[in-house]
Design a protein around this ligand. Structure first.
Ligand SMILES: *Cc1c(COP(=O)(O)O)cnc(C)c1O
Length: 341
């Protein structure tokens, strides 16, 4: 029994999802004639109380489109040092938009309003890049699935308004933050100019992401998606998976959170573990007491049991719970870890 905890992206479509995909009505989405894609876009826009949404093949392309929408070459965006847009998008902000990133040294991927304020370059000081955009990630990926405080998000929104900065949410795992009760989707829709969401993380779809915003932003986003090579044809087969997931796979995220918390509690009690980041959703980040066990031998011992987890660099290890991580697998992992010494 392979137990794969490297990411929530490893989950496979369920039989119900596959049925929904196989029976989807489709058309050519480049001509906006795919009824299932159109239905998904309308559904997601409505969930956030925003005007429009656009279906994309990946979250990276959605974020990159948002950055392109909100910046001109030479501009700068502000994000946390852990941000996906900075760390894991292949340098796309500079490649696609000619934009640089001003990194903030936040807490588990989250910045305070005063940190963001300090990071804004004075607009009349023409020597420094023009600050154009603030990017938020909720939940934070490298930050261990942490959920932002809504009041902080509101304060940063006011700051953006005062300074005429765009405000983008990388909400790849916003569903997890919502299920945890830390924010609701309509509030996100009120706060942000654009939002990207992923269907292929905790929701378990094979492919898919959406960018959500007002009608004119989404109209421009179609052009940028085209330039990035992201126009798809009968993509309703994929959109059908998204509709199915939004109807059936949101509430169950609470089970993933519960399992991650149980793993976190167990690890906290072990002397061979030196640090466990607070577990808020489905991501668990921890460090080993290297004097008792090396990362390499730890990973080897897990692999011998066909348990796969991932290193995040700097001695940090990560486990992510998901749809395919069953109760039976969970029991096996808990029992194995409790016997480790
Ligand atoms: C996964 C992820 C994305 C998008 O990644 P893709 O693999 O391109 O879909 C963006 N932001 C965060 C925080 C993510 O975790």
């Amino acid at each position: 029994m392979k137990i794969n905890l490297i990411s929530d992206t490893v989950a496979h479509p369920t039989p119900g999802m596959l049925d929904a995909m196989m029976s989807a009505r489709v058309g050519d989405d480049v001509f906006k004639e795919d009824p299932t894609v159109n239905a998904l876009e309308e559904k997601v826009a409505k969930m956030f109380g925003m005007e429009a949404a656009l279906f994309f093949p990946s979250g990276t392309m959605t974020n990159q489109t948002a950055i392109k929408l909100h910046t001109q070459p030479g501009d700068q965006l502000i994000c946390d040092k852990y941000a996906h847009v900075y760390n894991y998008e292949g340098g796309g902000a500079s490649f696609n938009s000619g934009a640089s990133c001003k990194l903030v040294d936040g807490d588990r991927g989250m910045m305070t309003v005063s940190q963001v304020e300090e990071a804004i370059n004075p607009p009349d000081f023409y020597h420094s890049p023009r600050t154009a955009l603030v990017c938020i990630e909720n939940t934070t990926n490298k930050g261990g699935g942490a959920c932002w405080n809504v009041e902080e998000l509101r304060k940063i929104k006011s700051l953006c308004t005062e300074n005429a900065l765009a405000y983008h949410l990388d909400g790849a795992r916003i569903w997890n933050a919502m299920v945890e009760g830390s924010i609701d989707l309509k509030t996100c829709g009120d706060l942000f100019d654009t939002i990207s969401v992923c269907l292929s993380k905790g929701l378990g779809c094979p492919v898919g992401s959406l960018l959500i915003g007002d009608r004119s932003s989404i109209q421009e986003a179609i052009r940028i998606r085209k330039i990035l090579g992201g126009g798809m044809r009968q993509s309703g087969y994929l959109a059908a998976a998204g509709i199915y997931a939004l109807d059936h796979h949101i509430d169950r995220l609470a089970k993933d959170h519960q399992k991650a918390k149980e793993l976190g509690e167990l690890l906290t009690a072990q002397d061979w573990v030196s640090y466990v980041a607070p577990v808020e959703t489905n991501i668990l980040i921890f460090e080993l007491n290297e004097t008792l066990i090396s990362t390499e031998s730890f990973l080897q011992r897990l692999l011998a049991e066909d348990i796969h987890i991932i290193g995040m660099g700097g001695g940090k290890l990560r486990m992510v719970t998901h749809l395919d991580y069953t109760n039976k697998m969970h029991d096996k992992v808990l029992s194995l870890l409790s016997k480790f010494s």
